[in-house]
Design a protein around this ligand. Structure first.
Ligand SMILES: Cc1ncc(COP(=O)(O)O)c(C=O)c1O
Length: 407
């Protein structure tokens, strides 16, 4: 086969593969496809950029983008209210690496500490506990997905002889629930844990760029006694390659920092080579959008999520949407083909749509219309009925026939 034919064959394969992305069918995962980096930044793909080592130490080799990395970190440090000379951070490969790093700092500061994480936490948290061979206390969740504060309190009291390393979810993966950081801090104090007996890592993978713009009170701020915050760069902000931002207190990083002669740098990161293109793409997005643009996106997604929830509820479909959330949880569609077509994510009898900036009202209307048409077929005979979601999303949100009879 000639080279030209191979290329056009591969291109057709790619076009087919990426069709759901281009058509906006990618509804179940937090991917923001609304960016135009590729036009302006594509020429950069000719360069190999590698930011290995510490972002604040310039390497002796020149193929890196650490100036952009530090500019992005400064932006987030300002957002999360920590002074330039008091923070340390780096651009990670994604939210998972941020969680691994945050919990590692917690473990270095408290080698005998126990990790406390709710059962709705992302799987990277249990991955970290296995990697670091740490003890974990899994905490129940409330029906909306928030950490169960009473369960946390009783487990903290049971383990008072050991420090606590707590993962706080600023938006859980499936239900988009935001743990009440202030309440957790109060519980720690009431249980007798002084500031030097705990470490808090905030996993803000998706919501780290939503809550600052939708909530009146500052949820994430280093003015509170938290140790680290991580976020995924490719989620709400949007970036063609997976990446993330990790910020912690400068004083906490010394124990992790090692001098590496080979790269002429110090290193406190998890990865070796790090993607040097990601900081430039992130920096570009932040400059193009600014806080005002992000606020607009957050407001629009919030409103669109409420719109979808309203349509589902009116049609008699069990659904739930947390406050400030963009994740609409509803009954699991009864057809794998439908799930695949709309790229939905499902757990037990639930599915969710993450209403990202690319999910327009038109996409929502098309999705809703398709769901209603298909649903008629699934449930027309009456042998199969929609699932009861009372335990998963609360009886007030469940509209199955059993709940209707009960009311
Ligand atoms: C709450 C939460 N934390 C962490 C992650 C992991 O992020 P990443 O996929 O960027 O590694 C996710 C991903 O969905 C998430 O929802």
């Amino acid at each position: 086969m000639k080279q030209g034919h191979v290329i056009s064959h591969e291109k057709r394969k790619c076009d087919k593969l990426f069709q759901p992305l281009l058509l906006g069918f990618f509804t179940g995962y937090p991917v923001n496809i609304c960016y135009e980096h590729h036009a302006a930044l594509a020429p950069l793909l000719q360069f190999h950029l590698n930011n290995c080592g510490d972002p604040f130490t310039q390497n002796t080799v020149d193929f890196h983008s650490k100036d952009f990395e530090v500019a992005v970190l400064d932006w987030f440090a300002q957002l999360w209210e920590i002074e330039k000379d008091e923070y340390w951070g780096y651009i990670t490969n994604g939210g998972t690496e941020g969680n691994l790093h945050g919990l590692l700092i917690g473990r270095e500061l408290h080698p005998t500490g126990i990790i406390y994480a709710s059962k709705d936490s992302h799987y990277s948290i249990s991955k970290a506990t296995r990697m670091y061979r740490m003890e974990i206390e899994t905490i129940n969740t409330l029906v909306n997905g928030e950490i169960d504060y009473a369960d946390l309190r009783s487990k903290l009291l049971l383990n008072k002889n050991k420090p606590a390393i707590i993962n706080i979810n600023i938006g859980t993966t499936f239900k988009g629930a935001i743990d009440d950081l202030d309440l957790v801090l109060q519980i720690l104090q009431k249980c007798g844990y002084s500031n030097d007996r705990y470490y808090i890592h905030c996993d803000a993978a998706l919501y780290g760029l939503i809550v600052p713009f939708t909530q009146h009170v500052k949820t994430i701020t280093f003015k509170k006694p938290i140790g680290s915050v991580s976020i995924s760069g490719h989620k709400f902000l949007g970036c063609p390659m997976p990446c993330g931002i990790q910020i912690t207190r400068k004083g906490y990083i010394t124990s992790l920092s090692t001098k590496i002669e080979y790269i002429a740098s110090v290193d406190a990161t998890i990865s070796g080579s790090r993607n040097g293109l990601a900081p430039i793409f992130l920096w570009y997005s932040l400059c193009m959008k600014g806080r005002a643009g992000l606020q607009q996106d957050a407001k629009m997604c919030n409103e669109n999520a409420r719109y979808l929830k309203g349509r589902l509820h009116k049609a008699g479909i069990s659904t739930m949407l947390n406050e400030s959330s963009i994740i609409v949880v509803f009954e699991r569609p009864n057809d794998p083909k439908f799930i695949r077509h709309w790229q939905l994510s499902c757990t037990r009898d639930m599915a969710h749509v993450v209403v990202m900036p690319g999910i327009t009202r038109e996409t929502i209307d098309n999705f809703f219309k398709d769901l209603m048409q298909e649903r008629k077929k699934w449930y027309q005979v009456g042998i199969i009925v929609p699932p009861c979601l009372a335990d998963d999303i609360g009886s007030q949100n469940c509209l199955c026939s059993k709940q209707k009879m009960r009311h």
